[in-house]
Design a protein around this ligand. Structure first.
Ligand code: NAD
Length: 252
């Protein structure tokens, strides 16, 4: 079994903070060379902070919700990795909470563009290079809302439902050619994205906690093992899967 990522070249979108920062750190610890992308300059600070342990980490800044930016963001990642990519994690994502009947259309549009369309476009660009070299691992970040609809987050749910199907669709076309595509579906995780539930709605926070068989919300640390596994040669027969990492939430 080989979980070593020494010499592999990885791009983690959204890798400067939150869950995907932990995934990026796991890749560094497993020996990969790394580029992280983010929407703000803080991604550079994160890259500097992470860099000292193994290789230099390159930060690429850009708004992935604007499709016009994506080719240049991808090209910058590839320049940093000297023209090879082995692993792509599509982690950048956002959400907005509002009743469906008053949900602002501009938020719907923005969320679908970042959470779903940018994942397709980044995967398409990386997929071309991976197919040409006959090797690649694409890991999308799905959600519990890839399985159920939740409430008051219609755009987020639609985008993450789409991620589950996109993962399977790309896997169906590319697995035979050495490019494996999977998704990780985190459960309820403690990050900036869910901070509003914890601070703004303690009753809901408590209700969710009680429903999690593991008895606690997840953290980025909980995603490290599965991220390395899916990127490694130990997982060469896993593709098209949407894998929950949810403390048992879906099973209840
Ligand atoms: N927190 C949870 O409970 C949870 C659960 C399931 C899935 N997820 C998913 O995990 C991923 C990371 O979430 P998180 O909780 O760590 O969130 P976060 O807000 O801490 O991080 C989001 C990342 O996305 C990047 N980003 C945001 N908007 C962007 C834009 N327009 N262009 C480029 N990059 C942009 C940010 O720079 C940041 O690095 C998301 O896809 C999210 O949907 C989170």
């Amino acid at each position: 079994m080989n979980l070593d990522l020494t010499g592999k070249k990885a791009v983690v979108t959204g890798g400067g903070r939150g869950l995907c920062k932990s995934i990026a750190q796991a890749y560094l610890e497993a020996g990969a060379e790394l580029v992280i992308t983010g929407s703000s300059g803080k991604t550079r600070e994160a890259a500097l902070e992470m860099a000292s342990r193994h290789y230099p980490v390159t930060a690429v800044i850009g708004d992935l919700s604007d499709p016009e930016n994506i080719p240049e963001i991808y090209a910058e990642c590839m320049r940093a990795l000297n023209g090879r990519i082995d692993i792509l994690v599509n982690g950048a994502g956002t959400q907005f909470r509002s009743p469906a009947e008053t949900f602002p259309y501009d938020q719907w549009d923005k969320i679908l563009k970042l959470n779903l369309s940018a994942v397709f476009r980044m995967s398409q660009l990386a997929g071309r290079d991976m197919l040409a070299q006959g090797y690649g691992r694409i890991i999308n970040i799905a959600s519990m809302t890839s399985f159920f609809g939740s409430e008051q987050i219609p755009a987020y749910s639609a985008s993450k439902g789409g991620i589950a199907q996109l993962t399977k669709a790309l896997s169906n076309e590319w697995a035979k050619k050495g490019v494996l595509v999977n998704a990780i579906a985190p459960g309820y995780m403690e990050t900036a994205l869910t901070e509003t539930i914890k601070t703004g709605n303690p009753a809901q926070y408590q209700q969710i906690t009680e429903r999690i068989p593991a008895g606690r919300w997840g953290t980025g640390e909980d995603l490290k093992g599965i991220s390395v596994l899916l990127a490694s040669d130990a997982a060469s027969y896993i593709t098209g899967a949407v894998i929950p990492v949810d403390g048992g939430y879906l099973g209840k």
